[in-house]
Design a protein around this ligand. Structure first.
Ligand SMILES: [Zn+2]
Length: 460
């Protein structure tokens, strides 16, 4: 079998691996590139003919693993998109949301070009129609079951413990002697809120493993919970609100869960009023609630049940309801996207409140260079938001312990659980993280390793 690394090679986003053998061609993930030069990367030719792809396996619903599916379908893909039920459901709302953002961006760029005297019309990467057209291709599968594909291929998804529906993919591609390759997807850290801990398979001949935090160790969750409770309590005492930029999928649901836990344990006073200001987060949370069978023991009973008065979660879908939130000046927590403040409703909240010393902004996720979130975290005294200069006078907290990814130690432990010594391809990490992790895997586990470059192929 031939494997070609078409994305997430020496970088974090754009996961896409092309496999061909026995007259079949398939992809594992078809993700969007994000960050520097992403527009160009997302628009260039795929490197295969979408009409010839028999199936696409998706490891989870994050857009850097699924975001180019609508483009694939628009360019003639007619195969199956195979994934877990929860990933299929989450992808439906996320791909539509992504398409909407693409359309808005294209409109904005066209307008900008017009203003500069150009006739150029910027086409969106794909449209909402393309996203909707992708949905019938999805096939929902169960964790733990071995399914036959065709031509002797078999596969199985196991829980990766990263977000709802996230999976590792095990693929049997030869029978005698039997050969397997395992794709880690994104691996969760143990004890992630809501979802189960990552499952493990006994052996594999090849493993394609992520390395997002291949060179870093996370701070303990205990300290982070303490810090979060302290931030909320001190802000309420000063008479302000807490604003938390959060991605709609995974992080928002984790935070709702964490705040429930803090109130239940008496570390925050009840009732706690949380406003989730994002239509996407509302839909995603409903999908989370409809899959209690995927929750870990602690989380069962949190979603789906009436929660009593300890924590009151309000979803504000309409723009009108979102704007009304500005009238509440103290005592609430507002969760809104985007996670890095480079888009979404959080920017309106920051514009109206960042200058208020009694308020706080709590960052719980990675802030990429060049984003508004990064400027605030880095200590800018004033920032531009939606055309206005705003003084940064709120208190700013950066809390690092809530990442949904395994860190270096946990990634090594995960690899160390294989009973044989698989050959390892390290992907989905910035180059420095991937290379650092490779060194550790060689030294500590003695595995043969490769850190593939973009477009590189191997015969396995
Ligand atoms: Zn992910």
């Amino acid at each position: 079998m031939k494997i070609t690394f078409l994305g997430a090679a020496r970088k974090v986003t754009g996961s896409c691996f092309h496999l061909s053998a026995n007259g079949l061609q398939f992809l594992v993930d078809c993700g969007m590139h994000q960050g520097l030069e992403s527009d160009e990367l997302n628009r260039r030719p795929f490197g295969f003919n979408p009409r010839e792809i028999d199936c696409v396996f998706l490891t989870h619903a994050h857009i850097d693993h699924t975001g180019l599916v609508p483009r694939l379908v628009r360019e003639g893909f007619k195969g199956s998109i195979i994934t877990t039920a929860a990933t299929a459901e989450l992808s439906r709302v996320m791909l539509a949301d992504s398409a909407h953002i693409q359309e808005m961006d294209a409109q904005w760029m066209t307008k900008k070009a017009r203003r500069a005297g150009s006739e150029k019309v910027v086409e969106p990467l794909y449209s909402v129609e393309d996203a909707i057209a992708s949905i019938p291709f999805f096939e929902k599968k169960q964790y733990g079951e071995v399914y036959n594909l065709k031509n002797g291929f078999r596969y199985r998804f196991c829980d990766a413990g990263h977000i709802l529906g996230s999976a590792t993919l095990e693929l049997w591609y030869r029978n005698s002697p039997e050969r397997t390759i395992l794709f880690s997807g994104d691996i969760g850290k143990k004890g992630n809120p809501i979802v189960q801990d990552p499952e493990h398979t006994a052996k594999a001949d090849y493993v394609v493993v992520e390395s997002t935090y291949g060179n870093r160790l996370h701070k303990g969750v205990g300290d982070s919970l303490e810090e979060l409770a302290g931030a909320v309590e001190s802000t309420f005492r000063r008479g302000g609100n807490v604003y938390i930029p959060a991605f709609a999928v995974g992080r928002t649901q984790d935070l709702i869960y964490i705040f429930n836990k803090l109130v239940r344990e008496g570390r925050l006073a009840s009732p706690l009023e949380i406003y989730v200001d994002s239509p996407l987060a509302d839909e995603v949370t409903k999908i989370y609630s409809s899959h209690p069978e995927l929750f870990d023991k602690d989380a069962k009973g949190l979603f789906g049940k009436k929660k009593g008065k300890a924590v009151r979660v309000h979803f504000t879908s309409s723009v009108d309801a979102s704007m009304k939130l500005n009238r509440i000046t103290s005592g609430i927590i507002v969760l809104a996207g985007s996670g890095m403040c480079d888009g979404g409703r959080i920017r309106h909240h920051l514009k109206h409140n960042l200058w208020r010393p009694e308020c706080s902004v709590v960052f719980v996720g990675f802030q990429a260079k060049g984003t508004l979130g990064r400027a605030i975290v880095d200590g800018s005294k004033e920032v531009w938001i939606l055309g206005d200069k705003v003084a940064v006078q709120s208190r700013v907290f950066t809390i690092g312990g809530f990442s949904a990814h395994a860190d270096q130690k946990e990634l090594l432990e995960w690899l160390g659980l294989f009973q044989n010594k698989p050959e390892v391809f390290i992907v989905h990490g910035e180059e420095s993280a991937a290379l650092d992790f490779e060194k550790q895997v060689k030294e500590k586990l003695g595995f043969v390793t490769k850190v593939p470059a973009l477009g590189e192929s191997y015969e396995i």
